[in-house]
Design a protein around this ligand. Structure first.
Ligand SMILES: Cc1cc2nc3c(=O)[nH]c(=O)nc-3n(C[C@H](O)[C@H](O)[C@H](O)COP(=O)(O)OP(=O)(O)OC[C@H]3O[C@@H](n4cnc5c(N)ncnc54)[C@H](O)[C@@H]3O)c2cc1C
Length: 554
């Protein structure tokens, strides 16, 4: 993060009459901007959101919400709404690989812990498939439900300047022929997506694999597809031919809506020339009645911004990182940005947090984006390198051998792409300037499996509480100090230090032996976003130093 002036507190700069003043300006009402507005709204922080579009989501993008994103939805009180809007309970989240749906099955990866209700051992929320077609309106309604949140559709940000102790935004009201408006904010968050003009104006570059591929996505309605073949319902269907994985069909609503994904410059150059009837007949193996709803082109990139902002302006979501959707991580990473920012902005505006909290945003979130983008790049790269066989679809011994070989290759290469529970729940803010390291080495952090830990910076683990709630439900407003076991020391020094600095702190004693063991120490201090800030078996020798570090003042 480039230099910050005056920490985002207070606004003394004179503004012109008619200027809209707000503590927080969010540019872009995509899912990340809306999620941040919703989180701030729940914290009682007023904000203004400007969105150049009209708010309609008419073409499907992200579907895969991992369990961490679902935990955010739970915090915001909309997890049930998202589950209801997602694929019906019981719809299998299977990833299926076949020559065609009526042809040969090559491999399948089942994900029984995805979808449906009920806690798993690691989270109170299961991953869901809820496309942005339904998710974005839920987030919009949620954000709008907070009285101090103003969302302006048809307002385009043209320019953002930092003056004195505020950010001044020039905006065109497209609903009124481009009428000019000015907004003054203490903090501005750029959630304007991959084509961010703010990032460009700050001359922040993006590094990584550019132009990973040109794609076309066809939004299509096919009723009861599973009646036309014997493979059963599946969430992700990849078609394999003599050249490798050549296209995929993504289930959207578990009923009749799909996205057909095509890769290649020819399709991209002339999407109107795509013969969807032929494509679908080849993919399904028999002609089926279908209706094309819309066709969109998009370019895949696996890149991360060189820095996450300057001064009072910060980047979040696709404005800060872009990931090929192969591993379904783009939106999930962006929602994590919003969740990290919400409590920090609240703390700084309330005065108990310092500008160091805002600086920690990049130090915490950029490494997560780098890991997720690298994983997306590797997953997509592996797909492209999958060597197939000319005989793969033939009813011959050579064809059977080719399918067997391909099945082994897929089993080895695709699981890490479609099962990313370690990435979802295991990301950690080790090395963060606002966590207190305890000198222990970082535990392993695999891609597909989540290993619970209270290592400082990690998400504090989920455990079912006797009343049926989750330990993660204890976190949200202020810090939470867990006393684990009846013999855990009294942390009165730490409580006094928090009180002295005006930092909100709750304290909870938990006796359940399994939960005590899971937390690894007798005292665990958890941040408002559920990440561990400090842990120990004894209270800290210098409690004020701990509080100052976790509020960004060290
Ligand atoms: C085909 C496809 C499939 C995907 N699948 C997945 C998946 O399964 N899982 C996953 O996690 N991710 C997936 N993604 C990625 C995901 O869609 C994005 O990461 C996500 O939409 C990013 O959200 P955002 O809010 O950061 O940006 P966006 O959704 O791009 O929103 C940015 C908003 O800012 C507005 N804006 C831009 N400039 C201005 C301006 N100057 N003034 C005002 N408003 C402005 C735009 O109109 C837009 O509404 C997929 C992407 C694609 C293309």
């Amino acid at each position: 993060m480039r230099a910050r002036r005056n920490g985002g507190r207070g606004m003394r700069t004179q503004t012109t009459p008619g200027t809209i003043e707000t503590p927080v300006l969010i540019v872009g009402a995509g899912p990340v901007g809306l999620a941040l507005a919703a989180d701030l709204g729940a914290r009682g922080v007023p904000c203004v959101v400007v969105e150049q579009g009209d708010g309609a989501t008419d073409h499907p993008r992200a579907s895969a919400l991992n369990s961490r994103s679902m935990e955010f939805m739970r915090r915001w009180g909309v997890a049930a709404l998202v589950r209801d809007a997602a694929a019906p309970e019981g719809f299998p989240h299977t990833a299926l690989y076949c020559t065609s749906l009526a042809g040969y099955e090559i491999a399948r990866i089942e994900r029984p812990h995805h979808g449906g209700k009920g806690a798993t051992a690691t989270s109170p929320e299961r991953p869901q498939r809820c496309n942005q077609l339904w998710l974005d309106p839920i987030l919009r309604d949620l954000a709008s439900s907070h009285g101090d949140t103003r969302i302006h559709y048809g307002w385009r940000l043209d320019r953002l300047d930092q003056r004195g102790d505020c950010v001044l935004a020039d905006v065109s009201d497209l609903n009124r022929g481009g009428e000019r408006r000015q907004i003054a904010a203490q903090i501005a968050i750029d959630c304007s997506g991959g084509h961010s003009v703010i990032r460009d104006s700050l001359r922040i570059g993006m590094a990584g694999s550019d132009h990973v591929g040109q794609h076309v996505s066809v939004f299509v309605r096919i009723s009861e597809l599973w009646r036309h073949h014997d493979k059963g319902a599946a969430a992700l269907i990849s078609f394999v031919d003599a050249t490798g994985i050549w296209r995929n069909l993504v289930m959207l609503d578990g009923r009749e809506l799909y996205r057909l994904g095509l890769r290649g410059k020819d399709y991209w150059d002339a999407p109107e020339a795509i013969d969807t009837t032929r494509m679908l007949t080849e993919a399904i193996g028999v002609p089926v009645k279908h209706e094309v709803i819309s066709v969109k082109r998009w370019t895949a990139r696996n890149v991360v911004a060189d820095c996450y902002g300057e001064g009072r302006i910060m980047l979040a979501g696709d404005a800060a990182h872009l990931a090929h959707p192969a591993a379904g991580l783009g939106l999930n990473t962006g929602l994590g940005d919003a969740f990290d920012l919400g409590w920090k902005i609240e703390a700084v505006l309330a005065g108990w947090g310092t500008s160091g909290l805002l600086d920690s945003y990049e130090r915490e979130r950029r490494p997560v984006a780098q890991r997720n983008v690298a994983h997306s790049d590797a997953s997509h790269g592996r797909d492209r390198k999958l060597k197939s066989h000319p005989e793969i679809a033939l009813d011959t011994p050579a064809g059977a051998r080719a399918r067997e070989e391909m099945s082994e290759v897929i089993a080895g290469s695709q699981r890490q792409k479609v099962v990313t529970d370690g990435i979802a729940l295991g990301y950690r803010y080790g090395g963060s300037p606002i966590t207190v390291a305890d000198g222990t080495p970082e535990p392993p952090n695999p891609v597909s499996e989540y290993l619970p830990t209270t290592w400082p910076g990690a998400r504090s683990p989920h455990a079912a509480m006797p009343n049926g709630s989750s330990t993660i439900d204890l976190y949200g407003r202020g810090f939470m100090l867990l006393r684990l076991g009846s013999r855990a020391p009294e942390p009165s020094g730490l409580e006094r230090a928090f009180g002295h600095r005006g930092v909100p702190l709750g304290c909870r004693t938990i006796d359940d032996p399994a939960i005590v063991a899971l937390h690894e120490r007798r005292l665990v201090l958890v941040r408002p976003d559920g990440h561990v800030a400090w842990r120990g078996d004894e209270p800290p020798l210098d409690p004020l130093a701990v509080v100052d570090r976790v509020r960004g003042a060290a």
